[in-house]
Structures are given as C-alpha cells and as structure tokens.
Design a protein around this ligand. Structure first.
Ligand code: PAF
Length: 282
C-alpha cells in the first residue's frame, strides 16, 4: 500500500532521497474524495516522472463562507487505495496546522491579479487567492519537477500558470484532459450531490457547450451564442452563473477575430454547482 506522510520533515526526507539519486518527482495536488478523473492525473504524471507524490488536503482558504468546507467529503482510506492503484508513490496528507502553522486566517497569502477577477473569481470572491496560496505552499513543501492539474478547472489552470511564471517556480505544468461519464458529464466530486432526477439533466451542460462551439463555427455572433446558451440551460432547469466564449487566456475576443476559443459554463442544478468547458478552433 502507498506510504502516507503527514509531517513536513518526513515528506522532505523521502523527496530529497529520490532527488539525490537523480529521480524526477511529480506532484498531483487534490482535495481528496478521489474519482477516476483524479486517478487519470496520477497516471499522466506516472508516465512522465520517476516518482509521484499525490497530496490530499481540503483547503479551508479556498472555500467561501457559504460554501461546503465542512460538508466536503473526506474519504482517506478510499483515496489511499485509489492512489496506490493509479501508481502514486507517496501520499502527502498534511493537517490544517501543518499547512498553515499560523492558522488559515493569519497565513501569508498569494494573490494572483488579472485572471482572478472574472468568471469563477467574480462568483467566488477569494477562491483563487486560497488556491494560489495553497498551491505555492505545496510547491515549496514537495519541490516537484512537474505538477499535473485538470483542464476541467480551466480558470484555476490559468491562475496556476500565472503563479508559476510570475514567482518563477521551477515546476513544469501539465494540463490533463477532462474525463467524462458515458453521457458526457464531466467527472467531479460534486456529481455525487446530484439527485437521481438531476443526474441525467446535468449532462445538458456538455451538450450546451457543444452547441456553443457549433454556433460559433457557423458564424453566430458571440453575444448571441452566449445568450442562447444561458437560455437553453435555464430552460433545462439550471440556474446559470455564466455561459461564455473566451480566448484561451480568458479575455474576450473581438468580433471576427480568429484563433482558438474556450466555451465555459458554470450553473447550479438544485444545490449543486457544476462547471465545465470545451476548447475548440473556430
Ligand atoms: O483542484 C483542486 O482540487 C484544488 O483546487 C487544488 C488545486 C488541489 C488546491 O487545493
């Protein structure tokens, strides 16, 4: 079974020993409650480095006051077994005290400007400060050569790219493809909150993203595509936070401008907030 370490000195000892013999180390940061999507991140890392550290830490600083930090599922045994099967070598399982020695409120914070003010950042104030803060800490703790993040959290990836470039972390970032259920629903720990009647409806997000792509390709103006998508989702029973088309850096493209695009949706179904995206060439 995979070895679990909970103290920084033990983590450093393991990683230093690997590095002294020239092994490359990868990190897969997670908040636990792992599913096949997370396991695929480990498998991706496994193919690129010699040793894989997976971290499981439910990070209090990235949850808003009305979000589900206390309710967030903790499944340590299943997580360890899944990481073991996926090929991780070490599970880094810090406590809140280990991650934030001065407490989450008194922590040194990392704030990423520019990419955090819109979309998820606008709907979840402070969320990306918490993500950037904990990812910077994880990079310092584990000192990985490479780190894998999923494309499903598209804006998070943009934030982490900015963080790595701006603070010159010597870490290669790898963006992993979105894993989907058979009906197209993006895999997420939140899917388990969907009721039996909501579950088939949830796959409508992926169909909507595909429709947005096809409309853009057919030359429908972006404003219209976004309005149509929001209406379609609302008609299906979603409460829509946003349904937009952006450049890959998340800025708004000009009319008639070429280049790659990403369609992004965030919408609530009942009490469950879902996000998804689709990258495409126009
Ligand atoms: O994507 C996640 O699970 C989290 O935001 C991350 C990157 C592990 C930071 O807590």
């Amino acid at each position: 079974m995979i070895e679990t370490v909970t103290g920084l000195a033990d983590l450093r000892a393991r990683v230093d020993a690997w590095k002294r013999t020239g092994l490359r180390v990868g990190l897969v940061p997670t908040m636990g409650n792992l599913h096949a999507g997370h396991h695929s991140l480990v498998e991706l890392a496994r193919g690129r480095v010699d040793r894989v550290v997976a971290s499981v830490f439910v990070n209090p600083t990235q949850f808003g006051p009305h979000e589900d930090f206390a309710r967030y599922p903790r499944t340590p045994e299943a997580d360890a077994a899944g990481l073991d099967a996926a090929g991780a070598d070490l599970l880094w399982l810090p406590s809140v005290e280990t991650m934030y020695p001065y407490g989450p409120e008194a922590t040194v914070q990392v704030r990423v400007p520019v990419v955090t003010g819109m979309l998820e950042g606008a709907h979840r104030p402070g969320h990306f400060d918490g993500v950037a803060t904990v990812v910077a800490r994880l990079f310092n703790q584990v000192q990985p050569d490479l780190a894998v993040f999923g494309r499903k959290d598209y804006q998070q990836l943009a934030v982490i790219r900015y963080l790595v470039r701006d603070l010159a972390f010597p870490v290669e970032l790898v963006a992993a493809p979105i894993l989907r259920e058979a009906d197209g629903l993006a895999m997420s720990s939140r899917n388990q909150y969907l009721s039996a009647s909501e579950r088939p409806v949830a796959a409508g997000i992926q169909r909507c993203l595909q429709a947005m792509r096809e409309s853009m390709r057919a030359g429908v103006p972006r404003d219209q595509v976004e309005a149509d998508a929001a209406k379609r989702l609302a008609d299906e029973g979603f409460e829509v936070d946003y349904a937009v088309v952006r450049r890959p850096d998340l800025t708004e493209p000009g009319a008639g401008e070429g280049g790659p695009r990403v369609a992004l949706v965030a919408a609530k179904l009942g009490r469950t907030r879902l996000i998804d995206n689709l990258e495409f060439e126009p």
